[in-house]
Write a protein that binds this ligand. Structure first.
Ligand code: BG6
Length: 488
């Protein structure tokens, strides 16, 4: 499972993503012995820096952002792989510095950890320097555009020089251990495989909550909003993995084709139905863990009139045979009470209740997949309360079958999503990367909602920081006799 020898070129190596996630992930791959001994890591950015200064910068960030105790030998080994080249992304001649790498026998992997507005320049520059060949792979970070049109422009710019099988679009949720486990749970267990449709499932809830606010990214976030930043990619990716038909194999094309079919089957939300199916919110000041936090419009760099949403709740319908009549409720927001991502599958109620005397209404079974934190899988079941007495000798209690990853896999460290994804790019495995068709289909659906919101001219509903979003999001389910599962 060792990766191939690569020249891993990291554009935007001084940026937040590279410092917090990518360099520490490379360190972890080194530690797990998964980097080929000849692999080089080449930082590229606008700043003037010597190789030594780059090594020092990388070391500081790995020490700062790595999640476990540093192994000095590993770190030393990783740092000897590092080179730096200065590339002003618009200066076509600067890219010539890549030539020696292009001439090596190693596979060149170029990671674009830069704003997407620069992707086109980077492609042109590499072409100008003559370093592109069919073995080169490019990795694109989200966001790919802010709507369908702009995403097409970016995808076209990259497609001018690269085939789809050279392009690795990252959605880091697809590298999360527990998100991947959705595929295993669904298709390795007949108990789930055979009960996974409108006959057995009442509805599905997907929540991705964060307690953080905007974290110094107000400018970026205000342009995007929660819909584009989270729903268009992470939540829709989770939804497709839950809803897709069984793929023929685990190959990239099988899985990605099934996901696209789900995206195509999403019932459009537009001006005719936006009000009953969507809620958007914006946080005002409140308390998180007893500490007062400012509202969205009071964050540093904020303007005071923004109508950008920091919370979204949606009722999503999938118009196909399997999911007819089964709503998927999605919610995601900033400054919610805690950081927690969960999928909850509510099964249908029993058609008849034998236990009326002790339990007038039997609660449905519920499968909870805890994506983060406290990763695990939980099934609620009704169980007889042990004892000799009780109503007709039979009292019931709701109980849980609980698989906790940290208890069951005590000796296994849960890898960061980027470790898995970087390794897969090095191995040339595209399964966990997003195909152009998926990006564009997701934008088509999201654009419908964004257009309808814009046309309605309604401001987002305020919610207090530290609460689960605007009251309207509770009503979204309540009007159908349902409720959000209680957040952890
Ligand atoms: C990113 C978003 O893609 O995902 C951020 O841009 C968000 O706004 C982050 O905070 C959440 O990722 P994770 O892995 O911490 O759940």
């Amino acid at each position: 499972n060792h990766s191939n020898p690569c020249d891993f070129v990291l554009y935007g190596t001084g940026g937040d993503l590279a410092r917090r996630k990518l360099l520490p992930s490379l360190y972890q791959l080194e530690k797990a012995n998964l980097l080929h001994k000849e692999t080089r890591i080449v930082g590229a950015a606008r700043q003037e820096m010597t190789d030594e200064e780059y090594v020092q910068m990388a070391e500081e960030n790995i020490r700062k952002f790595n999640s476990d105790a540093i192994c000095e030998d590993t770190l030393k080994r990783l740092l000897t792989r590092l080179d730096y080249i200065k590339i002003d992304f618009k200066q076509m001649d600067d890219y010539k510095a890549l030539k020696p790498y292009a001439e090596s026998k190693r596979t060149m992997v170029c990671y674009f950890a830069t704003p997407p507005s620069i992707f086109g320049d980077i492609c042109n520059g590499m072409h100008h320097a003559g370093v592109i060949d069919p073995s080169l792979r490019v990795v694109l970070e989200k966001p790919i555009g802010h709507d369908l049109e702009s995403s097409k422009v970016i995808n076209d710019q990259v497609a001018e020089y690269f085939n789809e099988d050279q392009i690795y679009r990252i959605d880091h949720y697809l590298g999360k251990e527990t998100v991947l486990n959705l595929i295993a749970l669904r298709f390795a267990n007949s108990i789930f495989t055979n009960n996974w449709d409108h006959n057995c499932i009442d509805h599905v809830q997907i929540s991705v909550a964060e307690s953080v606010g905007i974290e110094g990214r107000w400018g970026y976030f205000d342009e995007a909003g929660q819909m584009r930043d989270m729903v268009q990619n992470h939540l829709l990716q989770i939804l497709t993995l839950i809803a897709m038909e069984p793929p023929a194999t685990l190959e990239a094309s099988s899985i990605r084709n099934e996901k696209v079919k789900v995206l195509k089957a999403l019932r459009p939300i537009n001006s005719t139905n936006v009000e009953e199916n969507t809620v958007r919110g914006q946080y005002v000041n409140g308390f998180i863990n007893g500490k007062e936090v400012p509202g969205y419009l009071e964050e540093p760099d904020a303007n005071t009139v923004s109508q950008t949403e920091t919370f979204v709740a949606l009722k999503v319908e999938i118009d196909n045979w399997r999911w007819a009549g089964v709503p998927f409720y999605l919610r995601t927001g900033k400054r919610l009470p805690s950081k927690v991502s969960e999928v909850v599958i509510y099964f249908k109620k029993q058609p008849h209740n034998l236990f009326k005397d002790s339990f007038p209404s039997l609660p449905p079974n519920k499968l909870t997949i805890r994506l983060q934190p406290d990763e695990g899988v939980e099934v609620t079941v009704m169980n007889k309360l042990p004892g000799l007495t009780g109503s007709k000798g039979m009292d019931l209690q709701k109980t849980k079958l609980n698989l906790s990853f940290s208890e069951t896999f005590k000796d296994e460290r849960i890898a960061d999503a980027y470790e898995k994804l970087i390794l897969d790019v090095m191995l040339g495995n595209q399964t966990l990367f997003v195909h152009r068709d998926e990006v564009e289909q997701a934008w088509t659906w999201v654009d419908g909602i964004m257009d309808a919101w814009r046309a309605s001219n309604e401001p987002p509903a305020p919610y207090q920081a530290g609460t689960w979003g605007p009251v309207a999001s509770i009503a979204l389910l309540a009007k159908e006799g349902r409720a959000w599962y209680e957040g952890r």
